[in-house]
Design a protein around this ligand. Structure first.
Ligand SMILES: [Zn+2]
Length: 638
């Protein structure tokens, strides 16, 4: 069968290929300081006062073995630049001083989230080091700790397991990665985040996104997590029957998840078919025949621009013969994506040949080398009709590293799906990122002693847990909260205030929801900046309304006043308009309207009403004005 396009596969068809997926969600938590030092958290800026250059070299891990990632990073020979600003980084992040004590505020938030998942919580916090060899953490490891294990989330009519909840440091922000140089900004480095790992229990791409959404809302309902771009990042792992658990790293948006996981399932399915085809052709890991030759001298006169330019700069070109591979580099892996890209990706990342195209091959000869050149190259390496040749070029040793990588990836195709992490691309497909780290990636950190968490402390935190947001949403629907504000309100810091306003002060649910969610949005839009309205301010406004001194028409002006920097106070309100005063205003306004030259005299009543409301909006309810004017106008009729 060919793998159906996204959107056309049924749940049964995903079950038939053995689709399985789990999530690892990294969520920044809202603390004022970083996790292991006292630098401020959440202060982002592209400015920097200094740059530090480091060469990453893998060392024997404490267990005495190199793992795949270490070897890969060794091959890439990257130079790492850290851009640092004194306001956001101290000597701890740059590995010049040992860690300070674990941030209490961060630990309490992590415990709260663990309790929310119903995890079994640890009695003692042990810090571990997780190896990070890509340079995104200058020390080469991340400090991390497990806070709880074995929780669960209700999902439709079943439960999704939460394998563990960890508390850890965030890594640097990557600025660029070109050739052998990678640059990082360090402001985010060391900020606390929680990592939620679910069991691989999602069975369709759609389910993965739904569960990610539940997790997002649940942690947000604590009011203790950061929001905005980059504050939550999903790693999604996917496998199909016979395939390999592949991690797609750093998916920024939940709506991207279904297409990405579908594409990864398709890739694994098609790579398994490719292995079948290779075996049918008699090509296995042991029988694969290949040959690599420097072909620079054969391409000196080529008119194919990328190679011509490279050779003019002194770069060299290698030709890799893959015996019996004819047509297979055009084997489809993902939508509009072929096996050749698996190879090109490896060459790009591992040989640092980042300018594309970085390979050309004889399965797709058009618009690259001239056909006479292909003939010369094939003859030179002894390729016959059933073979494929791949050309790779680059400076220094990169052409050789690249050629070796072409062969490594071709050989892996005879075995199955290589273990690696992959990155989400904009078109919904994914590309190679790194070889998957080995199991020996974690080891104990001896800089900090274990830290006990008492039962009493846990109970204290348990008392602050929010009600599950899905229960709150059900209640909102029942009492008629407008559908578009249900979720934002349930996840906002105003959820508690809303409940009090409705249950105890008997304020209309719609009115309270409009004040708490819609009007602040309107203020942001009008002023084009984000204004923080505190729970206290909103409470005072609602109470003023309950006591009859602030009509609903006064809400928006009151918020604008707060946005202008004034504290909300009852004393500064214009005071309630009495019925007598209202009558006088209506009469006075009628005179003003009668002197106007109205385009359409039929609208005189509407104009009159509008003019009165302009005068009294902040002082009395519109419904009372309407009633009074109706009465007045009826009285005036003959
Ligand atoms: Zn610091």
């Amino acid at each position: 069968m060919t793998f159906k396009p996204f959107g056309e596969m049924t749940a049964n068809e995903y079950a038939a290929i053995g689709f399985k997926s789990g999530l690892e969600i990294h969520q920044q938590i809202l603390t004022s300081k970083k996790l292991f030092c006292r630098c401020p958290a959440g202060l982002y800026s592209n400015a920097f006062n200094a740059e530090i250059l480091r060469h990453m070299r893998p060392t024997l891990s404490e267990l005495g073995e190199y793992d795949g990632t270490a070897l890969m990073e060794f091959k890439t020979k990257k130079e790492i630049i850290y851009q640092i600003h004194h306001a956001t980084v101290c000597t701890y992040e740059m590995d010049e001083t040992p860690p300070f004590e674990l941030n209490d505020e961060a630990l309490d938030i992590a415990i709260k989230i663990g309790l929310l998942y119903g995890c079994t919580m640890v009695d003692e916090i042990h810090i571990a080091r997780k190896q990070y060899l890509d340079g995104s953490i200058p020390t080469g490891f991340q400090r991390t700790t497990i806070v709880g294990v074995d929780g669960s989330l209700p999902y439709r009519n079943r439960h999704i397991g939460v394998v563990q909840l960890g508390l850890e440091e965030d890594a640097c922000r990557e600025v660029s990665d070109v050739g052998h140089r990678r640059t990082y900004l360090t402001d985010r480095l060391g900020m606390p985040l929680v990592e939620t790992v679910t069991a691989p229990e999602m069975r369709t791409p759609h389910e993965v996104a739904e569960v990610a959404e539940i997790l997002r809302k649940l942690v947000r309902s604590t009011g203790n997590v950061r929001t905005g771009p980059g504050a939550a990042r999903q790693d999604v792992n996917v496998s199909v029957a016979g395939g390999t658990r592949i991690e797609i790293k750093g998916v920024p948006r939940i709506p991207d998840i279904p297409r990405l996981t579908h594409q990864e399932a398709m890739r694994q399915y098609n790579l398994l078919k490719l292995r079948e085809e290779l075996h049918l052709r008699g090509i296995t890991q042991d029988t694969l025949e290949s040959k690599t030759e420097d072909v620079t001298r054969l391409l000196l006169k080529t008119r194919f621009q990328p190679i011509q330019t490279a050779i003019a700069q002194g770069h060299r070109a290698q030709c890799v013969l893959l015996r019996g591979f004819k047509g297979l580099l055009r084997w489809q892996t993902q939508t509009d994506t072929y096996f050749s890209r698996e190879i090109s990706d490896r060459v790009r990342v591992i040989a640092c040949l980042t300018t594309l195209p970085n390979i050309v091959h004889s399965d797709s000869p058009s618009e690259t080398l001239a056909s006479a050149e292909w003939q010369i190259l094939k003859r030179s390496v002894g390729a016959s009709g059933g073979d494929t040749i791949v050309i790779v070029w680059g400076p220094g040793q990169d052409d050789k590293t690249g050629a070796a990588e072409v062969l490594i990836r071709a050989r892996e195709a005879t075995i199955g799906i290589p273990s690696e992490t992959r990155q989400a691309l904009r078109d919904g497909t994914n590309g190679f990122e790194r070889i998957l780290p080995g199991p020996n990636r974690m080891y104990p950190d001896t800089d900090l002693p274990p830290r006990a968490i008492s039962e009493g402390h846990r109970s204290q935190i348990k008392a602050t847990l929010p009600r599950p947001y899905w229960e709150i949403e059900t209640w909102y629907h029942e009492i008629g909260v407008p559908a578009d504000v249900v979720t934002p309100l349930a996840l906002s810091p105003f959820a508690g205030l809303f409940e009090t306003a409705v249950k105890e002060w008997h304020i209309s649910p719609t009115l309270a929801a409009v004040l708490l969610i819609q009007l602040p949005k309107r203020v942001h839009k009008n002023l084009r900046r984000n204004i923080h309205f505190s729970v206290e301010t909103m409470k005072d406004i609602l109470l003023a309304h309950k006591d009859g001194i602030l009509p609903r028409g006064g809400f928006f002006p009151a918020l604008l006043d707060v946005a202008a920097g004034n504290a909300f106070s009852r004393e500064s309100l214009p005071g309630r308009c009495s019925i007598d005063e209202l009558g006088a205003i209506i009469t006075q306004t009628a005179i003003e309207v009668s002197t106007m030259a109205l385009h359409n005299p039929v609208q005189a009543a509407t104009v009159h009403m509008g003019a009165v409301m302009n005068k009294v909006r902040r002082r009395i309810e519109g419904s009372i004005v309407a009633q009074a004017m109706n009465y007045t106008s009826r009285e005036a009729q003959p």
